[in-house]
Design a protein around this ligand. Structure first.
Ligand code: RET
Length: 284
């Protein structure tokens, strides 16, 4: 048995865990370093977001405050998952003869999907909190979001196992996931369309802000299916770099900045019901 790693020996037949195209390629120092930088930016942003949500929470009236707590939940779970992914990227390759070559298949984008099982339902339930739905309709929307969201993620999770082995299940599971994706976006669209105009219009045009958040959610969520299909079209080192950048941009925009936007609405609504700490932080 050889003691030295069998450098660059990974191929589709001897992959044991991380069935992703990341594990089958070699990288220039520049490509390897860009991925490492973006993975690190990803978890650093979640840590920064956590500090923001915890320190600004007190400015929001108790009835909307759960929104900040839910943002904090998302930050912690995403931080841990992205931290782990960045470590795995470091371990999965070794530098020989001018290139980073795979030594094991520790790197797995599948971990991301498992993390979304927490984040997607929680991000959607934040809408229910900020819109201030009644208990009955809140529970009904939260149920639709959780079930639709989990089915979207888990069917896509199955599909991503086939990205390097078999295009047929890859596309079929991707298509099934897309059906649930459209369902979830449809429910979001209907909810915000129905509820936005119940929010105070002046002085801050919160209905307009909620409609902006609706469009923003549609755009940032569309980055995830783009990342899913990249191996089908762009099977090389730059394809990997692009996919990891897209994931990082998506993670920062759909979790951290989204939370900041909803926190803004929650604080403005707190001002509108004369919640003192919210009024004290208002700038006009
Ligand atoms: C998959 C599989 C391919 C088809 C589609 C997908 C959609 C994924 C989405 C994920 C959103 C994740 C979020 C995470 C935040 O923490 C599963 C990639 C449509 C929309 C918002």
């Amino acid at each position: 048995m050889s003691q030295t790693p069998d450098v660059g020996a990974l191929n589709i037949d001897n992959i044991s865990t991380g069935l992703n195209f990341e594990n089958l390629l070699t990288y220039t120092p520049m490509q390897h370093s860009i991925v490492q930088g973006f993975l690190t930016l990803g978890y650093a942003a979640q840590a920064a977001g956590l500090v923001y949500f915890l320190t600004t929470m007190g400015n929001i009236a108790p009835r909307y405050r759960l929104s900040s707590a839910l943002s904090a939940v998302v930050m912690v779970s995403a931080f841990l998952e992205l931290w782990r992914l960045a470590q795995d990227w470091q371990e999965a390759f070794t530098f020989t003869d001018g290139l980073w070559r795979p030594v094991n298949d520790a790197f797995s984008n599948g971990f991301r999907y498992i993390n979304w099982s927490i984040d997607v339902p929680v991000l959607l339930i934040q809408l229910v909190v900020v819109l201030g739905l009644t208990r009955k309709s809140g529970i009904s929307y939260a149920t639709k979001f959780a079930i639709g969201g989990l089915l979207m993620i888990w069917t896509g999770y199955i599909g991503q196992f086939y990205e390097v082995t078999d295009p047929i299940p890859f596309w079929i599971w991707g298509a099934i996931s897309t059906v649930f994706y459209i369902y979830v976006l449809f429910v979001v669209w209907r909810l915000i369309s129905k509820e936005a105009d119940n929010l105070p219009k002046s002085p801050d045009n919160l209905p307009g802000m909620m409609r902006f958040i609706r469009t923003y959610l549609f755009i940032t969520w569309s980055l995830y299916p783009i990342a899913y299909v990249i191996p089908a079209f762009w099977f090389d080192g730059w394809g990997v770099v692009t996919r990891q950048i897209i994931y990082t941009v998506a993670d920062i925009t759909s979790k951290v900045i989204y939370g900041v936007l909803l926190g803004y609405v929650a604080r403005k609504r707190s001002e509108a019901i004369d919640y003192e700490p919210a009024i004290a932080t208002a700038r006009r």
